[in-house]
Design a protein around this ligand. Sequence first.
Ligand code: SIN
Length: 490
Amino acid sequence: MATKFELSELIRTGHFIDGQWVASANGKRFDVTNPATGEVIATIADGGEADARAATDAAARAFPAWRDALPKERAAVLHRWHALMLENADALGHLISLEQGKPFAEGRGEVLYGASYVAWFADEATRIYGDLIPQQQRGKRMSAVKEPIGIVAAITPWNFPLAMIARKIAPALAAGCTVVGKPAEDTPLTALALVMLAHEAGVPPGVLNLIAASRESAVPAVAAWLHDSRVRKITFTGSTPVGKYLARESADTLKKLSLELGGNAPFIVFDDADLEAAVSGLLVSKFRNGGQTCVCPNRVYVQSSVYERFGDMLARRVAALKVAPATDPDAQIGPMINARAVEKIARHVDDAVSKGARVLAGGKRLTALGPNYYAPTVLADATGAMQLSCEETFGPVVPLFRFDDETQAIQAANDTPFGLAAYFYSQNVRRIDRVARQLEAGIVGINEGALASEAAPFGGVKESGYGREGSKYGLDDYLSIKYLCQGGLE
Ligand code: SIN
């Protein structure tokens, strides 16, 4: 049996339900396009309520046997899936570039990143311990055991079409849950390819089900899961308004939720920072995926005494970034995901400039490359009156805000309803301790711009959501604790 696939073999056009590739119950289909060119890559099944319900039926049938599989049996399947992801990393990386637009090196990097969660949770599957509670009364034994929560609905975004779904499915399967999933309408092909590899790896029919849906069909499809009491958990990465909608709509069946929502991350550069390191860290964190990540710095605060110098150093490096289609081996930034994304970026930059921001680099669309390209941009003299100070731009734009002292920087950084990531650069150890404790964020980068790791807990506070992905904590979101009290043991 072949285990290394051509790109064309990885492109699937149906839903995957109960171990079969199937068309939509209503026969509908939709186009998936390349954001670099607007060309149609594939026309695929457009799932609705009936498909979502069929997926849940399959997941419910498969649950008892998967729950009762030995942890090491589930781990073995996940390890095979991990190996297949690595074996097909080039083709998957190309597929990510094709439908999402990130340069191939980043697309391939995402495959390795997503695969690292699969390997991690394969190992964690065999370490789901409970507790024997110290005896409280004679003749009674009390213990706590962890059990899979049940059917999990995974709803994933377009910006990391492989890594985000892998880091939801892997812990769910490791815990013994079965899964129904829906990837974003812009990037369903990578998720479908991943599910194909999971099937090749031996994930039994019904354990993992995926339906694709267009923007219009997604609401009724997801509603079928929200209102179905057999679905016990929703795990979602995406915008805060959608996260709140999911929380409201699933309240009637009291599902457990993991919500990884919007960011608006601050990045603070103190005057005692290593400025070269701060510029490099900012480039890594800001321009990953062209600025389209939830943990990208959205507001950069620079202390007055180093403000102009830092702005010049940054602008020089940003102006040198190569913007090109993902197929160009030198590309560092590809197209944005769609026209709506570019509109928002242009609106933020225009608004900032109209309110007094100075363009140090970029500041314009790159229409010669295609409709969805925007130049990496640095804006000086940003203020709290500008839209980009309170809304996530989700694009390659760095606004530089000025501050005078530490209290002011922390106050400004925390002045947002969001709290996913925050970053700061300083070489003062006392300051590092103070600032790290005061920043209201689930993830803090200290003199470091690249934070993600399968071994670390990823998630936010405030309106950036709740739950953690990755790490030893990531499995708990898919487990419930059962207390056993056994009497009559005198
Ligand atoms: C995200 O943008 O939601 C995820 C980014 C990451 O995993 O680092």
